[in-house]
Design a protein around this ligand. Structure first.
Ligand code: GMT
Length: 374
């Protein structure tokens, strides 16, 4: 198959999933062309069957903003033509699927199929900017096939838009670099009274990640036992949070590590992973922690309960319920046997249900179905 993939190239789950999928497809012998404004951050290497095409976003005289969606559509046309693409896989309805649908119209090639994967931000973005609604709807309805990364996201999309297409759920999967951990025995630390409980959080610090909840949680936890928080990533609320922890005299309890290419070492040093999001279609960062055998305390937002099974792989807490977070973390701090059981269950659940060998064939089968359809 000759496949074009367009995605966000920077840090974030959708870019990781798109890149990992492309690498798998290329390894399976398919020709894969990535098309984006920068090389996806995990694609930075040479591999047979794998190509990258940079979208050049030229300044358009008189306009204040460069027209990225048009530049992307033009690049998709160019690549589809010379590489004879059969299918473009767009990660996100806007702007990627919109550009892919436009490219298809420009090419007047009905045989070129567009598959769109919804990752979540489209829905929340529309919550913030209702003006995008018709464009998202158009892009979904004009795609030849649509997938969503969780049951929750598929349901939400049907509720928020007039969707004429069936949305197939293909969940996210464990990135390749974590696979080496599969046979590593799960261990948890024996925490003595003065040992610090190490909690990890990874996100892009957007307001919906609710990082300020972590400050409130730690402010109260510190009165029960010593705690240290590793904050990985960067984004709009990082400096707000750093100010807050200084103001509250908690600075020594937090380490801000910024954007990290590899998080395995950090996760392996952590006793728990905390994701208190107010909205989350899937939560790839939680899945990565689970693959490392680190129990996750997550909120019940969106698709998180599909990944973190409450009472089995760890605890799921109602969004914003600080008391519940404190109870759950304290219980896991004091009960080493439960922490070990959750760590084992989390890892088993991650590898059993979200292994790339299980999920990536679902994308291939989906492509084949879309290519066969009239
Ligand atoms: O969470 C973000 O803000 C980043 C965003 C992205 O573009 O990568 O993540 C979305 O896609 C991920 C991969 O499918 C999911 O794991 C995240 O849950 C989803 N984020 C939201 O729904 C807020």
């Amino acid at each position: 198959m000759k496949i074009g993939i367009t995605c966000y190239p920077t840090y974030g789950g959708s870019g990781i999933v798109a890149t990992e999928l492309g690498i798998y497809l290329a390894r399976a012998g398919h020709e894969v062309h990535f098309i984006s404004y920068a090389i996806p951050f995990r694609l930075n290497r040479y591999q047979d069957n794998l190509f990258f095409h940079e979208v050049e976003v030229l300044d358009y005289p008189v306009f204040q903003y460069p027209p990225y969606s048009l530049a992307l559509a033009s690049k998709l046309v160019e690549v589809a033509e010379f590489a004879d693409l059969e299918l473009i896989h767009a990660h996100y309805a806007i702007p990627h699927a919109t550009s892919a649908c436009l490219a298809k119209q420009i090419l007047e090639r009905d045989k070129l199929r567009v598959v769109t994967t919804l990752h979540g931000t489209d829905i929340t973005l529309v919550g913030q900017h209702p003006s995008f609604k018709r464009t998202v709807q158009f892009s979904i309805n004009h795609s030849n096939g649509v997938t969503a990364v969780s049951e929750y996201l598929a349901r939400e999309t049907y509720l928020a838009f007039s969707i004429e297409k069936e949305i197939s759920v293909i969940p996210n999967f464990i990135p390749t670099s974590f696979l080496k951990l599969q046979d590593k025995p799960v261990k948890v630390r024996n925490l003595k009274a003065n040992d610090k409980l190490t909690i990890c959080h990874i996100s892009n610090f957007r307001p919906l990640k609710r990082v300020k909840d972590i400050v409130q949680i730690v402010e109260r936890l510190k009165n029960r036992f010593p705690v240290h928080v590793l904050m990985v990533g960067d984004g709009p609320e990082r400096s707000i949070m750093e100010h807050l922890v200084h103001e509250k005299g908690l600075a020594k309890l937090f380490t801000f590590l910024g954007k990290q290419d590899s998080v395995i070492d950090i996760l392996e040093k952590s006793d728990l992973f905390l994701l208190p999001s107010g909205d989350e279609s899937f939560g790839l960062a939680a899945l990565e922690a689970m693959a490392c055998g680190v129990p996750c305390i997550t909120s019940d937002a969106g698709g998180l309960p599909e990944v973190n099974i409450d009472g089995e792989t760890s605890f799921v807490v109602s969004v914003g319920q600080i008391d519940q977070y404190i109870q759950s973390i304290s219980l896991l701090h004091s009960d080493e046997a439960l922490r070990l059981q959750f760590a084992k269950n989390a890892k088993e659940h991650a590898f059993k249900n979200f292994h790339p060998d299980i999920i990536t064939p679902q994308y291939l089968a989906f492509y084949q179905k879309v290519l066969k359809a009239e």
